[in-house]
Design a protein around this ligand. Structure first.
Ligand code: 3PY
Length: 253
């Protein structure tokens, strides 16, 4: 049985007070309303990680993620945050390779590989994002595009290192656009990703890997998406900023 995960990527939203209110609401709703075996992850901005983590400490279902990590271990890298620093404030997961970071911060495959290595070395589980832009889908090149992203950053990991990696498929044309991949489009890409992973790593590791869908996932479409055999949960953007919507998505399993 694969781990079912719903992760909220808050991106660059919320003030300190708002972040604490949001996470307290989510924490209470998850305690009161969520019965099944779902791992819930919140990824607030860096300055709020420690306080948000403290608020969720008593809830086994709730986990803390960072939205990014430096590829460097330590040293003269102004503005960077290392995996060891994240670990020291209780971070358990980190989002790596989100399309917004690839696009606006020019993160390339080699840098993402280094980020994966440093997170894994600290025992932090990477949530590795992949996904194609609209022109690649329209040109029917989406499978090749995603395959290259997986290959260029993940394939250099050992089986052991890969064991804890979570993958998130986020088609860029569905991020923040209100447009979602249909459950059939999500399923066929997730099955394809799993097949590619089984070529790079042990078949069992590929089978065990949780593959999340991201891109305008909301309470209205989550059930249908999560019912697909290779969709093991979601990486949620806008809807994770509203406790009611986020909890309803978690309850969609
Ligand atoms: C979105 O759904 O908008 C996301 O980018 C989640 O990471």
């Amino acid at each position: 049985m694969r781990k079912r995960i719903v992760a909220g990527n808050w991106k660059m939203n919320k003030t300190y007070e708002e972040a604490l209110t949001l996470v307290s609401e989510i924490d209470n709703m998850v305690k009161d309303e969520v019965n099944g075996d779902v791992t819930v992850i919140v990824a607030p901005p860096f300055p709020f990680l420690q306080s948000v983590g403290k608020l969720t400490q008593g809830n086994d279902r709730m986990h803390l993620a960072a939205q990014n990590v430096s590829e460097h271990e330590s040293g003269a890298y102004t503005g960077e945050v290392s995996a060891a620093m994240l670990k020291s404030v209780g971070v358990q997961y980190v989002i790596i390779g989100h399309s917004e970071r690839r696009m606006y911060h020019h993160e390339d495959a080699q840098s993402l590989y280094k980020k994966l290595k440093t997170a894994i070395a600290q025992g932090i589980t990477p949530i590795f994002c992949c996904g194609e832009p609209l022109e690649e889908r329209d040109a029917d090149r989406h499978f090749d595009y995603v395959d290259k992203q997986l290959h260029d950053s993940l394939s250099y990991l050992s089986n052991e290192e890969f064991d804890n990696v979570v993958v998130a498929y986020e088609p860029i044309w569905a991020i923040g656009t209100g447009r979602t991949a249909s459950s059939q489009q999500a399923q066929e890409m997730h099955a394809y990703i799993r097949e590619q992973l089984s070529r790079m790593f042990d078949a069992e590791a590929a089978f065990k890997c949780s593959i999340l869908y991201g891109g305008s996932c909301n309470p209205g479409n989550a059930k249908e998406l999560f019912s697909q055999p290779d969709v093991d949960g979601g990486l949620i953007g806008g809807a994770s900023l509203k406790s009611r919507d986020f909890t309803d998505i978690i309850k969609s399993f």
